[in-house]
Design a protein around this ligand. Structure first.
Ligand SMILES: [Zn+2]
Ligand SMILES: [Zn+2]
Length: 155
């Protein structure tokens, strides 16, 4: 079966020195058409580990390798983001509040939670606080009192 050089499109004769591209095109080339030296031609013929790639296939190979590198970088980034996201999920106070795994006092940060030693009316806690803390002397004021699980909440 005769074949044609992928560069010059001429018939390949039995006496011609020809290389076969190991890349995607699988084309056959006259060594003279691809500027392959006789030394390199001999090396390719004699050593199975040395492959010939035409310029077109080489640039496609390059493109694929770059793509693979980018995909790997993207995969690493996604994994990193996933780990960060999992950290956020496991430490986010909102999630814990929703999950009701922690008490109100543990998940709130901007309020002071007063927990009386014994159960008592929140109005009593409030009046006791006013007596002992003197809110007008503090930078924070008692603007609200709410009966919650852990005691009175001062906001
Ligand atoms: Zn040719
Ligand atoms: Zn090729």
């Amino acid at each position: 079966m005769s074949s044609i050089c992928s560069r010059c499109n001429k018939q390949i004769q039995p006496k011609d020195m020809v290389v076969v591209c190991s890349g995607i095109c699988k084309g056959k080339y006259h060594t003279s058409c691809v500027d392959l030296s006789h030394q390199n031609y001999t090396a390719i013929k004699e050593c199975g580990n040395i492959k010939y790639f035409c310029n077109g296939s080489l640039s496609i190979l390059d493109f694929c390798m770059n793509m693979q590198r980018e995909m790997n970088a993207l995969k690493d980034l996604m994994n990193q983001k996933l780990i960060e996201f999992q950290k956020v999920i496991s430490t986010n106070s909102y999630t814990n509040l929703v999950a009701k795994r922690r008490s109100y006092a543990e998940v709130t940060e901007d309020v002071v939670v007063i927990k009386p030693k014994t159960n008592q009316e929140s109005s009593l806690t409030k009046s006791e606080l006013r007596k002992q803390l003197n809110p007008s002397a503090l930078e924070v004021g008692i603007t609200g009192m709410k009966s919650v699980k852990d005691g009175g909440r001062v906001a």
